[in-house]
Ligand binder design. Structure first.
Ligand code: 2BA
Length: 107
């Protein structure tokens, strides 16, 4: 079994989880915050058999859009950019980690 952790934009979260549910995958949504932009995003956890991992990634890819966001001035200072110069970054579609699960039980 694998655990797919997917960090996505808040605006895509419902579409992604609905698409996963429609295909029979269970998921859990967590409210998270990106370390760089310090803005809210969503992390979705999906426990799935190894042979289904690609299906899950394909669903996430199909429903996660990339967006251009401007870095807030406080972040610019912390990361060494010249203050007052707006910096755009491209966020997403999705950042995905796949990890091994040693044991999975519903009790
Ligand atoms: P944030 O950390 O808020 O990052 C938002 C976007 O800012 C990133 O988009 C990237 O385009 C840019 N960025 C991040 N760190 C940067 C840096 N040190 N210098 C310049 N630009 C930087 P994505 O790469 O699509 O990441 C979206 C979100 O996914 C991140 O939000 C973070 O919450 C998560 N993430 C991405 N990579 C990760 C990693 N290796 N480990 C844990 N979380 C990660």
């Amino acid at each position: 079994m694998k655990l797919v952790l997917s960090i996505i934009n808040h605006d895509d979260a419902n579409t992604v989880t609905q698409a996963l549910t429609k295909r029979g995958f269970s998921s859990t949504k967590l409210s998270t915050t990106g370390g760089f932009l310090r803005a809210g995003n969503v992390t979705i956890l999906i426990g799935v058999d190894e042979e289904k991992v690609q299906d899950v990634i394909d669903i996430i890819r199909a429903h996660s859009n990339s967006r251009r966001q401007t870095v807030p001035s406080t972040t610019e200072v912390s990361y060494g950019y010249y203050p007052g110069t707006p910096v755009d970054v491209v966020v997403g579609g999705a950042t995905i980690f796949v990890v091994d699960i040693e044991r999975f039980e519903r009790v």
